[in-house]
Design a protein around this ligand. Structure first.
Ligand SMILES: Nc1ncnc2c1ncn2[C@@H]1O[C@H](COP(=O)(O)OP(=O)(O)OP(=O)(O)O)[C@@H](O)[C@H]1O
Length: 256
């Protein structure tokens, strides 16, 4: 898989381990993560994460932040505050400059080297492989370990209906409309059933009908156990699936 593909559909094979040593933080700290409970399974842990694109300006600095399994997160923030950068860092698509990002006890950078996987990042303008819709879907199914491939194949017909792509099977994927592309990208993720799904502005430029379809697939993934984080500028059906907000502001993250 080349780096372009990885940057839009990133897979790993490592199963995140559960973690129970939750440390309570004072409520007035900007990084306080809301409602940790001692029984909560942690998806991800950030410590001392600092990122700069140039040496004169720190984009953000996050002392400590936890994401727990029961939290479906809406990442908010004004244009340019670093939402995409943060998601890409969490997905292991950007190198960590300072601090750490752990999926429980495993660094995302180790996910990459271990190949096929469990973490998926979808960009707002998803990369589609050359070829038809069907070939795009088959490519993803073939990327799965053998044991999971059969199940994905069984889900294909249902998925195509759910994404309203059943009539576009033989169409060249690069000729799809914006909404159809987004639905195809999400259908690929739906077939993969990742442990963690990052959706970067999934509703951008979509009409209400497409948002509803995407919403249905994301809801289904959440019910199947996928931990989901999405960024979105506006409130929509998708953001209604979330139960925790992280606000990127003044160069740090506030868990609301
Ligand atoms: N690869 C890069 N090299 C240099 N600067 C970058 C790079 N990627 C992003 N930036 C800069 O970092 C800042 C944050 O960008 P990012 O895309 O993460 O913000 P965002 O909150 O997702 O924005 P938007 O809401 O507009 O999508 C911007 O000023 C952007 O120009």
């Amino acid at each position: 898989m080349n780096s372009d593909i990885q940057s839009n559909l990133y897979l790993s094979s490592v199963e995140p381990a559960s973690c129970h040593d939750v440390t309570a933080r004072p409520d007035n700290h900007p990084w306080h993560s809301g409602k940790p409970s001692h029984s909560a399974e942690r998806v991800l842990q950030i410590n001392g994460l600092k990122h700069s694109w140039n040496k004169d300006y720190v984009l953000f600095e996050i002392p400590e932040l936890s994401w727990f399994k029961e939290q479906v997160i809406w990442l908010k923030g004004e244009n340019g505050t670093g939402k995409s950068t943060l998601m890409r860092l969490m997905a292991g698509l950007e190198p960590v400059q300072q601090g750490s990002v752990f999926f429980s006890d495993i660094k995302p950078s180790l996910f990459r080297s271990s190949g096929r996987g469990r973490v998926c990042y979808l960009h707002q303008t998803p990369y589609l492989f050359a070829g038809t819709v069907q070939q795009n879907l088959q490519f993803v199914i073939r990327s799965l370990p053998f044991a999971r491939r059969r199940k994905a194949e069984q889900r294909l017909t249902e998925g195509r209906q759910m994404a309203a792509l059943h009539h576009l099977n033989d169409q060249v994927a690069t000729t799809l409309s914006g909404g159809e592309r987004q639905r195809l990208a999400l259908l690929r993720a739906w077939l993969l059933q990742p442990d963690i799904l990052f959706l970067d502005e999934p509703a951008a430029n979509l009409d209400d009908g497409s948002v509803e379809l995407i919403c249905m697939m994301v809801k289904d993934l959440i019910q199947q156990g996928t931990a989901v984080m999405l960024s979105s500028h506006q409130s929509c059906a998708l953001t209604q699936l979330t139960n925790q907000s992280w606000l990127l502001k003044n160069g740090t993250v506030y868990a609301l």
